[in-house]
Design a protein around this ligand. Structure first.
Ligand code: ADP
Ligand code: MG
Length: 265
């Protein structure tokens, strides 16, 4: 893997699905870690008031003086808010609970859906990928992420009604494309928490592949207890247990993402 060098605009990818608990944060943290491991300089923007990406990377609430809330509402720069993590080449703009108020406060802003895009435009050119961990809704926070992004990566849990949920997201992406961001594309759909002993998992995976074809990554993230243990240790599963099936899957996902980005990993 080669990073793209200084003096370029980063690729910005929103990790989005309005459903909670489908693996957005897990995917953000571990895809970011896997990209950093192959020399990409990655910035995570934690846009979820729950702040699970921040906690999952070992940031304590007291470490979060300037947060994504301050970037959206108080005019702080991403550079002021950005913090190092224990992972080389991986930085994060943390979130805090105050972010839940931002949905309402943003309504009064003149360019309320453009705040994150405008902040990202001023980011120093030392980042190859920005991954935005979105909250579980399609409100103004996720809208800010979609308007600011080049592409959306959609984690999809293999469960009943998965397709219904995603069609709402796809309609939203189309609307954002039309109104604000014509270049926005779906980077891909990643099937998460796949349980090979469960027939429903396999059936849903087949339906999603029939419907979305090659948009669905070949890599499937298995349900793996190591993946769910890692956050309580404040570390990505890729650091917690590099060889477990979940880690291997996220490394494969990163190389698929880079391939779609046109980067030879
Ligand atoms: P979201 O950000 O979409 O709400 P999370 O990434 O926080 O979803 O995942 C929801 C829960 O499922 C978390 O407790 C997480 O640790 C767990 N989880 C996510 N992916 C896996 C996996 N592949 N195997 C086992 N548990 C997982
Ligand atoms: Mg989350």
């Amino acid at each position: 893997g080669q990073s793209q060098g200084m003096g370029h605009r980063p690729r910005i990818i929103a990790v989005a699905n309005q459903k909670g608990g489908v693996g957005k944060t897990t995917t953000t943290i571990n895809l970011a870690t896997a990209l950093a491991a192959v020399n990409q300089r990655v910035l995570i923007v934690d846009l979820d008031p729950q702040g699970n990406a921040s906690t999952g990377l070992g940031l304590r609430p007291s470490d979060r003086q300037i947060s994504s809330y301050d970037v959206l509402i108080n005019g702080n720069s991403l550079e002021e808010a950005r913090q190092d993590t224990a992972i080389p080449r991986l930085t994060i703009v943390p979130s805090g609970m105050d972010l839940s108020g931002a949905e309402i406060e943003l309504v009064d802003f003149e360019r309320r859906e453009m705040q994150l895009k405008e902040s990202l435009a001023k980011l120093p050119q030392d980042v190859d990928y920005v991954l935005i961990d979105c909250p579980p809704s399609l409100g103004l926070l996720t809208l800010n992420a979609l308007v600011a992004s080049d592409a959306v990566l959609v984690p999809l849990q293999c469960e009943f009604f998965a397709l219904e949920g995603i069609s709402h997201l796809v309609r939203t992406i189309k609307r954002v494309k039309k109104a604000f961001n014509p270049e926005l594309e779906i980077q891909g759909i990643v099937l998460t928490m796949y349980d090979k002993r469960n027939n429903l998992s396999a059936q849903v995976a087949n339906d999603v592949r029939d419907y979305f074809g090659d948009v669905v990554y070949r890599t499937v993230i298995p349900r793996n207890v190591r993946v769910s243990e890692a956050p309580s240790h404040g570390t990505p599963v890729l650091v917690y247990d590099m060889k477990c099936p979940g880690s291997r899957a996220y490394l494969n996902l990163a190389s698929e993402v880079l391939k779609r980005e046109g980067v030879k990993a």
